[in-house]
Ligand binder design. Structure first.
Ligand code: FAD
Length: 386
């Protein structure tokens, strides 16, 4: 197997690394303290990302995106995540599900998202339906040429910045293995559509400045032309994208863990106690060795999984393994980084406390660790269970 990155990939990594250092990192502390990104800063980052050619790097070339393979995308995600989501979210990766756009949706939603003129948000989770997404209760009922949506969503990232939401609603039910299942449809719902209200959600400990919102639908009427993909086939469009997204989350975790290690190494070399650098004590240096080893393993697993996705041979279980392992490694590494920093690791004067807080969400969103284990185990046992 060839583990060598291409020259283009090496250059891409270098370019994103310097973009993060120059355009994003200088703002991280202030954004975290203010728990907000000003519209001017958001527009500035978006403009710089477009100029640098990073904007919509996840989208295919034929719609104006980066046209990159998954391995290259994972490398970019790894570098971007060395700063908080609150900032690198403006180097937008439009929901890949938008590739299901057809007819006028292409000019109204897909292309403006790729060009930085519009932003989407992905609205699936509800108060009663998190891990069990099939339990969503938001309904869309056909009335002539329209659908009328009623229900609510919560935890919807970035909805306050979004021009439209990709909303999942039940449009039918059917029986599967004796259980009632929901047939779900995805809708493109513009901000300002009568009947949809958006409210800021509770404050989150991770990624301050990157907020979640609650969406309420009260007889919200949208024309049938706003159906994304096919009616009742919402899971088909969502699932392909969600699985790939887990590998990118894994790459984000590797980048955050690497940042925590780099900071810890420097601190262990600089901080003196009992007359010596604390890194010279085995109690600290062995932590560093374990952190580096775990990060290397998470990185290899993540990049190999991205490579498999490029070959068309990645399974859901493999995507789950990458997300599970990398997010759990990040949790351990971030915690050890705090330990190595001692009291300073908990103070908001340095980035370690932020990395530790931000790390926590990674084991929850895009499918919790327990759900990843469920996906992996199901895939392992499927051929054996009858
Ligand atoms: C900051 C943030 C941003 C988010 N952004 C978005 C977004 O943009 N769009 C969106 O649609 N959603 C978003 N989410 C929702 C996110 O995907 C869910 O939080 C996640 O899927 C878990 O759902 P839940 O929080 O309802 O937890 P629950 O599903 O209630 O789970 C609670 C606990 O029970 C465990 N559990 C549940 N079922 C099982 C089982 N069968 N076996 C074992 N353990 C189980 C879980 O692993 C977890 O530990 C976001 C969430 C957060 C916190």
């Amino acid at each position: 197997m060839n583990f060598q990155l291409t020259q283009e990939q090496e250059m891409l990594v270098e370019a994103v690394r310097s973009f993060v250092a120059k355009e994003l990192l200088p703002h991280e502390e202030a954004v975290d303290r203010a728990d907000a990104v000003s519209p001017e800063l958001a527009a500035h980052i978006r403009g710089k990302a477009i100029a640098a050619g990073f904007y919509a790097f996840n989208m295919p070339e034929e719609v104006g995106g980066g046209g990159l393979d998954y391995l290259s995308q994972a490398l970019i995600e790894r570098e971007l995540s060395k700063v908080s989501w609150a900032l690198h979210v403006f180097v937008a990766r439009p929901s890949k599900i938008l590739m299901a756009c057809k007819d006028e949706q292409i000019n109204d939603y897909l292309l403006p998202c790729v060009q930085g003129e519009k932003t989407d948000c992905f609205a699936l989770t509800e108060p009663g339906a998190g891990s069990d997404a099939n339990a969503i209760k938001t309904r869309a009922v056909r009335q002539g040429d329209d659908f009328v949506i009623n229900g609510s969503k919560h935890f919807i990232s970035h909805a306050g910045h979004a021009d439209f939401a990709i909303v999942f609603a039940v449009t039918d039910t059917y029986e599967h293995n004796g259980r009632k299942r929901n047939a779900v449809t995805a809708f493109l719902v513009d901000r300002g559509t009568p009947g949809m209200t958006i409210r800021r959600g509770p404050k989150c400990v991770s990624n301050r400045g990157y907020h979640t919102y609650e969406l309420f639908f009260d007889d919200c009427r949208v024309p049938a032309s706003k159906v994304l993909g096919e009616v009742d086939k919402g899971w088909e469009v969502a699932n392909a994208w969600l699985t790939a997204g887990r590998v990118m989350v894994a790459a984000n975790c590797v980048g955050q863990a690497q940042r925590a290690l780099d900071l810890s190494l420097q601190w262990a070399a600089d901080r003196k106690q009992f007359g010596q650098a604390i890194g010279s004590y085995q109690g600290v240096s062995f932590k560093l060795a374990d952190m580096a080893t775990q990060i290397r393993a998470a990185e290899m697993l993540t990049l190999h999984t991205a490579w498999k996705m490029d070959q068309g041979s990645m399974t859901d279980g493999e995507a789950g393994m990458a997300k599970l392992f990398a997010s759990e490694v990040l949790g351990k590494v971030a915690d050890e980084a705090v330990q190595i920093f001692g009291g300073m690791g908990l103070m908001d004067e340095g980035p370690v406390e932020r990395i530790w807080r931000n790390a926590r969400i990674e084991r929850i969103w895009e499918g919790t660790s327990e759900i990843q284990r469920h996906i992996i185990a199901r895939e392992l046992l499927r051929p054996l269970l009858r």
